[in-house]
Design a protein around this ligand. Structure first.
Ligand code: PMP
Ligand code: GLN
Length: 380
């Protein structure tokens, strides 16, 4: 049988590739972004309790109402803004499904979608699957700042969506208030939808404040915000997340969501609803990860890698240009196979594979793992 691939250029995601290589060579895995410590036992107990209390059949299509209420309360507490639990919040199978469904609900063939490179890897294939055209704007290096003049000149009558991500995977940078105000002005009066991927909203360092799209009224009126419980509560394997948007946008989202997944894991939703009642569970995250970042960076401060401390997320980018001029994919593979440490080469997220000689390391790991990784990095 012959078939014509809808995604001829797409192979296996770099996260699967590097994690498999790490397993094959018994390497320390700082590549794929997931914590190697346990989720809170309290949360696991709450999910077990939900299963034992009968939360085992379909949840309502947009999600368990208690969870949607808890999410709405979190928005009020943190950002002093209101999303209606009944109509403006949907619980999803991770942020990935939210992103997939948002793009599928709005992007038609020939619609243009602006993304910033390096970009998280699920945006582009999803746009292409829906016939959309990716308009990539490369971020400035080495600080990964946005060239807003370039964004302005990339916006056209065909621009249907702009996807932003703050704190940013893979660079570990954040968008400032002034960035968000500029985006708000550039989109004001247009029909452009903003997809604001905020899965790392609770992991932000050095006293910076997360600039959620919901803080800017005109931006909020055109934005979907996507979030991930996996990132926030150390259980990426549960694949739980949510998205919020004004009612009219969310209505369109739900038309697709109901046939894409209908509803997501019910006992976990109930467990998360109960767990969210205690704000410290997410408020403590920045401190936990800032300590990890600082611990890791202190351990490698005398290595040959050049360091710009991460400002958010649990990723640290390291510049190896003083060590070798090897291509980053080759260097990441060699580091895994010969030295026993896996990372992610940044070029795979860049426009035209631009190789800046930087690797991404995930520091959501126990101190013991970070020490072992640092020992390897210090010897290179
Ligand atoms: N967006 C970004 C920027 C991510 O790093 C990830 C990976 N967690 C996702 C979306 C997807 O999140 P989830 O695992 O909840 O699907
Ligand atoms: N978000 C994770 C990362 O950036 C990986 C998610 C995945 O494996 N698809 O590493």
């Amino acid at each position: 049988m012959r078939h014509n691939s809808k995604l001829p250029h797409v192979g296996t995601t770099i996260f699967s590739v590097m994690s498999a290589l790490a397993n094959e060579h018994n390497a320390i895995n700082l590549s794929q972004g997931f914590p190697n410590f346990k989720s809170d036992q309290k949360l696991i107990d709450l999910v077990s309790k939900a299963m034992n209390s009968g939360y085992n059949q379909y949840a309502p299509m947009p999600g368990n109402l208690e969870l949607r209420e808890a999410i709405a309360n979190k928005f009020e507490r943190l950002y002093n803004t209101r999303y209606k639990p009944e109509t403006e919040i949907t619980v999803t199978a991770g942020a990935t499904q939210a992103i997939y469904t948002i793009i599928s609900a709005f992007i038609r063939p020939e619609d243009e979608v602006i993304i910033f490179k390096p970009a998280y890897d699920c945006y582009e294939p999803t746009i292409e699957l829906n016939g959309g055209i990716v308009k990539a704007v490369q971020l400035n290096t080495p600080d990964y700042s946005v060239d807003w003049e370039l964004v302005k000149s990339t916006i056209s009558g065909k621009t249907k969506m702009i996807i932003i991500n703050t704190p940013h995977n893979p660079s570990g940078t954040i968008l400032s208030k002034s960035d968000m105000l500029t985006l708000q002005e550039l989109t004001r009066g247009t029909d452009i939808i903003v997809l604001s991927d905020e899965v790392y909203e609770h992991i932000i360092f050095d006293g910076s404040e997360h600039q959620s799209a919901c803080l800017f009224p005109d931006l909020k009126s055109r934005s979907f915000i996507t979030a991930s419980f996996g990132k926030t509560f150390h259980n990426t394997g549960w694949k739980m997340g949510y998205c919020c948007a004004p009612k009219e946008l969310m209505n369109e989202f739900k038309k697709v969501h109901q046939f894409n997944v209908f509803a997501v894991n019910h006992p976990m939703q109930k467990g998360l609803a109960d767990y969210l009642q205690e704000p410290s569970h997410y408020l403590e995250l920045s401190q936990i990860y800032q300590e990890k970042r600082d611990y890791f960076l202190d351990l490698i401060k005398d290595s040959k890698f050049k360091i710009q401390p991460s400002k958010g997320t649990y990723f640290q980018v390291l510049d190896y240009s003083d060590i070798t001029d090897e291509h980053d994919v080759a260097f990441a593979k060699r580091l895994t196979i010969e030295n026993g440490l896996a990372s992610i080469p940044m070029s795979v997220f860049n426009e035209k594979g631009k190789d800046d000689k930087v690797l991404r390391f995930c520091f959501a790991k126990t101190n013991e793992t970070l020490e072992k990784a640092a020992n390897i990095l210090n010897k290179i």
